[in-house]
Design a protein around this ligand. Structure first.
Ligand code: IPT
Length: 980
């Protein structure tokens, strides 16, 4: 009989669920994915009705039209309802999924198992009206033995009832959308009654291999089957034989249960290629269980990697090497399905992760789909595999609540039992944001005993004392600690373990400022080894504007380049009428919901560059190339020089990468020939090495750009613009009148607040000062020959900002020299610069400066100096909640022109400046909550900034660093505006 009301019982994690294991899927399994009958009940004890709809399985009902009125709901820490653990609300959407299944006739005499990939949060299984089992743990599979329930050759009705809210919801309080339903595949498989119950592989880089098999027998009463045995076969190495001594010691003496014993295959192999994220060499291992007569009863296939993980002192070592962890946090997310992803989609996502220089993923905050683990092994990614435990809102009470003790151990142990054979898993995590209590220590105890080969981490334990050694964390894994704090710890002399940030650099909106400063510190401070950026996705759900519902799979393709098509938008918290909610806090990823990389991805890619350049001798023009990898030489890469001078275009030439061992450096062949091509009067010049893949990699085709290290060859000549005949016109208000401008240059001290500005405080500060509503007052207009000088004053609540503009005619245009004086009190401003609007039709931009990606003062390592060209529309980055975007750092000059011909303009700047050209005023962006509320202006809005505040990461974590902040003082900047 089913346990009574299991959704109210934290002590019950499962009923009749089979133990978790790492045995591979059996061939001939029967997929039950597809359309099921479905009805949504208002509560688990509500009566079934006659009204069924159809629902796609796997698929959350909250994301499908058949799903009736239960829609996605987003909260971060706050539970979506007020009940305290272990209670949940009486109004509790419950999805009943039903379908018929024809049990194959040739499964007669076999053991038949049902596997439900993932269901949130309580799964109740019935077959032909008979109770079969119960499972919790929303991101791991539940398996149930159906051998005694179904009849081969006959049809059965499978009913999967999924209760959305339960005691378990309190420990699945992750920062993501709440959904309900079955989110991973459902299948049936059959085995021989004699079967492999589990396979545990340990494979070291020295070639030692140990494969432990647990054998069970089902359906057979009476004496033990005599004489079963195991054998193995390893790709490239051949047969593996059973370790006779081990078998004898472990074979069960008499049959007291279905446990028949354990057996081991062991070998020491010479010449194995070790596995690492850079060299993900896998070997196919087949394990066979034989009947006494030698026939094969069961088989399990594994792709294994030989590698060692070790903590030595305060270093985490992979195969003896201290590797940097260039990580990102990844949820299961898809804008059309909520959380359900096919293996192909996961592969595409992981390929993107690899192409942008990441080597690690934390499976925040629950174990990923089995395909994720297989792909991480194959493509080469280190995993922090995290258990499905986050009790954020009620963390303290749950951490020590004995009613939740079984759940903690169950969730951690099930993850480990499933994933232990994956070389990609280098660290286990006990979960996220759940305080620290006895329940964690219990889970850690189980884990350490069961798998002594990997370290475990838990931020909640580590934060109690970074130096403590007797806690449930072998790694100091803080979230959002400041650079100062972590550097101080590493230098304190009290550090006892590696420091790897489990979350840092919150990617909400226009963010990830100071990433380069972080990597500078990681790479120069012993004891710091990297971290995991928060996070990979913007969790924007594609929403139909017509009825406000999730668009679902039917709308595949209703987006491009990060933008939802007309009639749709990217929904965030509150957009489905969900309350309480945490708004756009779920839009905090490096990728748009449609997987389009945000500019911060390019910043990361460059900071992870495997190839770097430095001068050996600037005088002789000799360069050193450095290999920043741990295990690979440079032979998988090819390169090309791009020599670019401000006044002389770009020259490309083939580059030869010398053979440089991992961690090594080598002198590059002399570049005189190339440098001789640089014209004397070409102005500032840069040399960029465009490094691409030389061959197809598993994660990128040949020719994929990997990094673009660069070096400055020649400084810029001082800015000069000779006055000439002509005149400058200003109106009665002292505003420039120019045929190419529809709005004259005025002072700007404000930007449309980024998410970091809003949540971190500066946006409020600017509003308090009145910087968003600056009013200009003309003070004077003075003419001195051809030069016009205009003085204006802008009142703020902390005093008046004086602004002066000198306009001087120069050849083909005019020179604008500006000064702004910010009084004491006008501190920490967004920008000091000019803003103007051009005539319509100027839709193309060319610039010399950093690019092509969007860049800001504290996020500009990814953008190389060179000549760039784009459409004005392409400059804008459509962050989910509109905000300051589209900027380019280090711009020396730019031209705007019209694709339809006609006059354009060229602006040359006195120094490298922050520039943006977009079709929205700051106020347009500030007042819109989504992009469908914005109408691009015909006349581009141009900002030229003498100073621009860094982006930081203050929506969750540290603000930008002092060098990227500025306030009171005198600012001077000059530029020429000429006809093109
Ligand atoms: C931290 C969480 O672990 C993560 O799930 C996410 O919420 C992230 O922050 C912010 O987006 S917890 C935070 C309250 C420090």
């Amino acid at each position: 009989m089913l346990p009574v009301r299991p959704w109210e019982a934290p002590e019950i994690n499962s009923w009749r669920r089979l133990p978790m294991h790492a045995v591979d899927r059996r061939p001939g399994s029967l997929s039950l994915d597809g359309e099921w009958r479905f009805q949504l009940l208002p509560a688990p004890d509500a009566p079934l009705t006659d009204s069924w709809s159809r629902l796609e399985v796997p698929g959350a009902w909250t994301m499908q039209d058949a799903g009736a009125p239960d829609l996605p709901h987003y909260t971060n820490v706050t539970m979506p309802w007020a009940h305290h653990p272990p209670a949940s609300p009486a109004a509790n959407p419950t999805g009943v999924h039903e379908r018929e299944v024809d049990i194959p006739a040739d499964w007669a005499g076999r053991r038949i198992v049902l596997q439900v990939g993932a269901a949130e949060s309580v799964l109740i299984v019935e077959v032909d009206g008979q109770a079969v089992g119960v499972g919790k743990d929303s991101h791991l599979a539940s398996e149930f033995d159906l051998t005694e329930v179904v009849r081969p050759g006959e049809r059965s009705t499978v009913r999967l009832t999924v209760v959305k809210w339960s005691d378990a919801t309190h420990i699945e309080d992750q920062d993501q959308w709440w959904h309900g339903g079955i989110t991973r595949s459902v299948l049936l498989y059959a085995t021989d009654p004699l079967y492999l119950a589990d396979v545990t592989v340990r494979a070291g880089q020295d070639g030692t291999l140990r494969v432990d098999c647990q054998v069970r027998g089902s359906g057979t009463e009476g004496p033990l089957p005599e004489g079963w045995s195991i054998s193995g076969e390893l790709e490239e190495f051949g047969d593996l034989v059973q370790d006779a001594a081990y078998e004898a010691a472990n074979r069960a003496e008499e049959r007291v249960s279905d446990f028949l014993g354990e057996a081991r295959l062991s070998a020491t192999l010479s010449g194995v290629h070790p596995w690492s994220a850079e060299t993900p060499v896998l070997y196919g291992l087949t394990v066979r269980l034989h009947h006494a007569d030698g026939t094969v009863a069961d088989t399990s296939y594994h792709r294994i990697g030989f590698r060692d993980i070790e903590i030595r002192g305060r270093d985490l070592l992979v195969n003896g090497e201290r590797v940097y962890i260039r990580g990102v946090n990844r949820h299961d997310f898809h804008p059309l399905t909520g959380r359900t992803l096919g293996a192909d989609e996961i592969r595409a996502d992981l390929e993107t992760v690899k192409r942008f220089g990441f080597n690690a993923i934390r499976t925040s905050h629950y174990p990923g789909d089995p395909a994720l683990l297989d792909l991480a092994d194959e493509l080469g990614l280190y995993l922090v595999d995290e258990a499905d435990i986050e009790s954020h809102d009620h963390a303290h009470e749950i951490a020590d609540d004995p009613r939740y003790l079984p759940a903690f151990v169950d969730r951690v142990s099930r993850m480990v039992l499933r994933d232990k054979n994956h070389p990609s898993v280098i660290i286990w995590s006990l979960g996220n944001e759940s305080d620290y209590g006895a329940n964690h220590d219990a889970a850690a105890g189980w884990l350490r005993r069961h798998d002594p080969t990997r370290p475990l981490q838990y931020e909640g334990a580590a934060k109690t004392d970074w130096s403590a050694t007797d806690i449930a964390s072998d790694i100091v894994c803080p979230m959002y600690a400041s650079l100062d704090e972590i550097v101080a710890h590493a230098r304190s002399g009290t550090q006892t373990k590696p420091l790897i940030l489990c979350e840092y650099s919150h990617a909400m909106g226009n963010s990830n400022g100071t990433l380069a400063d972080h990597w500078q510190a990681f790479e120069s401070t012993p004891g710091l080894q990297g971290g995991f950026i928060w996070e990979l996705w913007d969790h924007g759900i594609l929403q139909r504007l017509s009825d406000g519902r999730p668009a679902g799979r039917a709308a595949a393709g209703a987006y491009a380049n990060g933008v939802a098509a007309e009639g749709y938008r990217w929904a965030y918290g509150g957009d489905f009428g969900d309350t309480p909610n945490d708004g756009a806090f779920c839009a905090d990823g490096l990728l748009f919901p449609d997987r389009t990389p945000k500019p911060a991805m390019y910043e990361h890619r460059e900071l992870a560059a495997p190839v770097r350049l430095s001068w050996l001798s600037e005088e002789d023009g000799t360069l050193l190339v450095h290999n920043h990898q741990h295990f690979r030489d440079l032979s998988w890469l090819t390169a090309e020089w791009h020599l670019s001078a401000e006044d002389a275009g770009t020259i490309t030439a083939p580059a030869a990468l010398p053979a440089v061992p991992p961690g090594g450096s080598a002198e590059l062949p002399p570049l005189q020939g190339l440098l001789a091509m640089l014209p004397e009067d070409g102005g500032e010049a840069w040399l960029t090495l465009r490094v691409t893949t030389a061959h197809d990699e598993t994660w990128a085709p040949r020719g994929t750009e990997v990094c673009t290290p660069r070096i400055r060859l020649r400084e810029r000549a001082p800015f000069a613009a000779a006055p000439c005949a002509g005149s400058v016109e200003v109106d009665g208000d002292g505003l420039l009148v120019h045929p190419l401008l529809t709005s004259p240059p005025v002072l700007s001290l404000w930007r449309a607040p980024t998410d970091n500005d809003l949540l971190g405080g500066p946006a409020d500060h600017w509003r308090t000062l009145g910087l968003d509503t600056l009013v200009r007052k003309l003070v004077s207009v003075t003419r001195d020959g051809k030069q016009v000088s205009v003085r204006s004053a802008y009142g703020t609540r902390a005093g008046t900002v004086l602004h002066e503009q000198f306009f001087t005619p120069v050849r083909d245009g005019l020179l604008v020299e500006e000064t702004a004086v910010l009084p004491e009190g006008v501190s920490d401003v967004a920008r000091v610069g000019s803003v103007f609007e051009t005539v319509s039709g100027l839709d193309l931009i060319e610039w010399y400066g950093q690019g092509p990606w969007e860049s800001y003062p504290d996020r500009s390592a990814g953008a190389a100096v060179g000549h760039h060209r784009a459409s004005v529309d392409a400059l804008f980055t459509p962050y989910l909640r509109p905000q300051e975007s589209g900027g380019r750092h280090g711009v020396r000059s730019f031209s705007l022109s019209s694709s339809g011909g006609g006059p354009g303009l060229t602006v040359r700047l006195d120094s490298p400046r922050q520039v943006s050209v977009v079709r929205h005023r700051a106020h347009d962006l500030d007042t819109a909550a989504h992009h469908d509320e914005l109408t691009p202006r015909a006349c581009p809005v141009v900002h030229i900034d003498a100073a621009h505040r860094g982006l930081g990461t203050a929506s969750c974590g540290p603000d930008t660093l002092p060098p990227y902040l500025f306030g009171a003082g005198t600012y001077r900047w000059s530029w020429t505006l000429c006809r093109r």
